[in-house]
Structures are given as C-alpha cells and as structure tokens.
Write a new protein. Structure first.
Length: 431
C-alpha cells in the first residue's frame, strides 16, 4: 500500500542512462500564446523510449522511425529522407533527435510548444523535440547553454528550408531534492545566490538569442516547481524573482519565445489522495505574476487520485482555474481558462510487480483515460497547447525492476516492451 511505500515524489524519477527527451507530433496550425487558434488540436508527443530503455538505447533509430510512422508524412512520396537521400515512396521522413540530460528536475518529459508561428512543411507536420535538461553541463560551465540544447537545435535545423523538427527546452535547476545552484564564484546552493541567478539568466538569454530564427521557440523554467515551494517557501520567493528577471530578459532578447513554469497538478491541488497528497500548495502558483507566464506547464498523473480511469471528470482542472481566477492576474478567456501544456501524463497499462497500488493498472483504464482526457473542459475549449504521454515504448525491467519508478511508471506507454501497440494508441492518435 502507498502508506507503506511513502508518498511518491515525481522529482525523484530515476535518472536514465543516456537521456530522456520528448518527440512531439506538431500540427501545422499552432496556438498563440494567450489565445489558441480556433479549432486547434493539441500537440501530442512521447518521451524518448526506444525498445530496451532505460538500460539499452541501441534502438534509437528504430524508435525515430516508429515516431515518423505514427505521424503524418513530412515530405511527399519520393521526398528527401533522414540523411538527405531520396525517401522510399510512401515512407515517412525522420525529422530529428535530441536528448534530455539528467538533473533536469524530473523524469522524462516531453514537450512541445504551445504558441507561436506556423510551420509549413510540404505534405504534413513537423515534430517538436523537448530537451528536459539541467541549466548547465557542469558547475564550471554555469552561464553557458547546455550542450544538449545545441545538439537538439543542430539536429532539427540541418535543412534550413524544411527543418527536421522544432525544439522546446527546459532549464531545470533541481535533481530530486538536490539543488544545482552552487557556482565557482559562490558555493551557496539556493536562490539567494545572486551569481547563480545571473548565470542562469545569462544562459536562458543566450539560448533564446542564438535560436531566435527558430520558431516556435519554447522555454520552460524549472520543473514541478511546487515541490520546492513545499520544501522551502522562503527561498521559493527568491526563485520567483529570478523567474521574473529571466522572463523579462528573454523577452527583451527575443519577444517571440514562449516561456512558462511547470507544476505537478496532483500535488499542488491536493488531488493526489492515493499517494498521500491532500494538502494544497497553491502558493507556488499564485506567487507568479501571470503577465510573465505565456503558458502554464503541468505534469498530471490522475491515478494518484482515482482508483479507476472512469472516475476522471471533465472538470478535473477546475480547482486550478478557480485559483487563477481568484488569486492571480492571469488573463483568463471567456470560459475562465488559461493555456495549458501537459508536459507529462498517462495511466499504467499493466501491473509490473508484486506491489499492488490502489489504482487500476490495465489497458482498459489507459484507454478510458485517453478518451476522458480529450473530452475534458480545457481540451473541449481548445486551451491545451500540448499533451504528452510519458513514454512510447514501455520500460525494460533490466536493471531497474526493483525501483519504484519502474513499478509506478514503467507501463505508462503506448506500446509494450517489444513495440507492440496498446489499444490506447489508436485512440490517442485519433483524438
């Protein structure tokens, strides 16, 4: 039971060998920052999860081919293929790759973009690559854009006229409960460290400036930040100041970039009763000046609140919008909604161990969740910019079978360990 296991903290998802990233299938008509285009469908994606991961990443190319086959052809038949060769007739173009380094403040994530320019590609859509990474490669390189971000941008822009993919990134500053804020000039490891704050902002500005020509350009500052609010509300106030400075500086350098924070919805709203999350953390949300939030990032795992997916209500996020309405300056629309980005979500497809959780783990529940999610209020009113299932392929148990991350999250995928699709995949693609 959960009481014996202790509450789950998404910030403590395992650091996978290699990295995690998100590949997103991005429609031609994207949402704007505060007003989604009428009829716009949310962007959809998955975490980097080749068959055999997290211990084996040898099948990356197969993973990318699979992603391409799940999407719309990016080039007409006979067009240019992955390496500049003519693609086989009727094939799908492989449009990019990327990595998410450890220390990004959470698990594999995923992402995409929420607002911004349209991406016209002959014959179909572009994928978006989400690099969920720490804000630096090492303490000695603080202030420099992490190499993974350059890697992903390079992979996505090798064909300037028809880029392989779009990119969104996260400048994470926590790994579990460990802060990543000490710098060579100042060893203080919290947000009172002014030198760290300056270098953090410097890296964000460098990134949005260097890649200003790449649109849409999406940047998330921190991940599941409400957990830090819970741990240290005093220093969280310092973080909000740094966030505001980073937002202003990035927008001054590149007004077209899209920026926002991320939170875990179940923990922040107290809707995680099956995981011991009953107290709310709304202060993490209401501390923000929403004139400096373009899109609100959320991770959401409703199995922490419901024993079965058919209990998921259409107004699941109502408490969030109530808080935005009563206690923030968020510019809500006529329906009382604000643009969301579900950067991680899903429901387990099957039980992976002898550990019995209080929520159902079945393909039926995963399928039901997909259907109910897309029927919920924010989706119905086109206020969800993106939604990302945690994995495409299920985790391999090799080397991680005893970890709580594997037991809880390993089957939150659209395909099993061998790459066979679960029934929910067709529902997901058709939503």
């Amino acid at each position: 039971k959960v009481s014996a296991l202790g509450p789950h903290d998404p910030q403590k998802k395992m650091v996978l060998p290699g990295r995690w990233l998100i590949i997103l299938l991005c429609g031609l008509s994207l949402c704007t920052v505060h007003a989604l285009a009428a009829g716009a469908a949310p962007l959809k994606g998955y975490g980097l999860s080749p068959i055999g991961f997290p211990s084996d990443f040898s099948r990356l190319q197969q993973f990318f081919r699979n992603i391409g086959q799940l999407g719309t052809p990016s080039e007409p038949a006979g067009g240019i293929g992955p390496e500049g060769r003519d693609a086989p007739e009727g094939s799908f173009g492989f449009k990019g790759t990327g990595w998410a380094e450890s220390g990004g403040g959470g698990g594999g994530t995923d992402k995409n973009g929420e607002g911004g320019a349209t991406a016209e590609v002959s014959g179909g859509v572009l994928e978006v690559v989400y690099a969920n990474t720490a804000w630096r490669d090492s303490e000695s390189t603080s202030g420099q854009v992490p190499s993974v971000m350059h890697l992903v941008q390079s992979e996505c822009s090798v064909r300037p006229r028809h880029p392989r993919c779009h990119v969104s990134v996260e400048f994470g500053w926590r790994s579990g409960s460990q802060l990543l804020l000490s710098v060579p000039s100042n060893p203080v490891n919290n947000w009172s460290n002014e030198q760290a704050a300056d270098l953090y902002i410097e890296a964000v500005v460098e990134y949005v400036t260097k890649y200003a020509s790449r649109e849409p350009l999406f940047v998330f500052l921190g991940n599941e930040n409400n957990f830090y609010f819970q741990e240290n509300a005093t220093d969280y106030k310092n973080w909000i100041q740094v966030y505001n400075r980073a937002y202003a500086a990035a927008k001054a350098a590149n007004p077209n970039c899209t920026i926002g924070p991320t939170f875990n919805f179940e923990s922040m709203s107290g809707n995680g009763v099956l995981n011991g999350w009953r107290a709310t953390q709304w202060g993490a949300l209401t501390a923000h000046d929403f004139s400096r939030v373009d899109v609100l990032g959320l991770t959401s795992y409703p199995m922490f609140n419901f024993t079965a997916a058919d209990q998921y209500p259409p107004n699941y996020f109502e408490s969030l919008f109530q808080q935005l309405s009563c206690c923030t300056n968020a510019p809500l629309d006529a329906n009382g909604l604000f643009p969301l980005a579900l950067t991680e979500t899903g429901w387990p497809q099957k039980q992976l161990s002898s550990t019995v959780f209080p929520w159902a783990e079945s393909t039926e529940d995963a399928s039901t969740y997909v259907q109910r999610l897309f029927a919920s209020s924010p989706f119905a009113h086109e206020k969800v910019a993106l939604v990302q299932w945690l994995f495409l392929n299920s985790m391999s148990p090799s080397g991680v079978e005893d970890s709580m991350e594997y037991k809880e999250f390993g089957s939150i995928a659209m395909q099993d360990e061998a790459g066979n699709p679960y029934p929910s995949l067709a529902l997901w693609q058709g939503a």
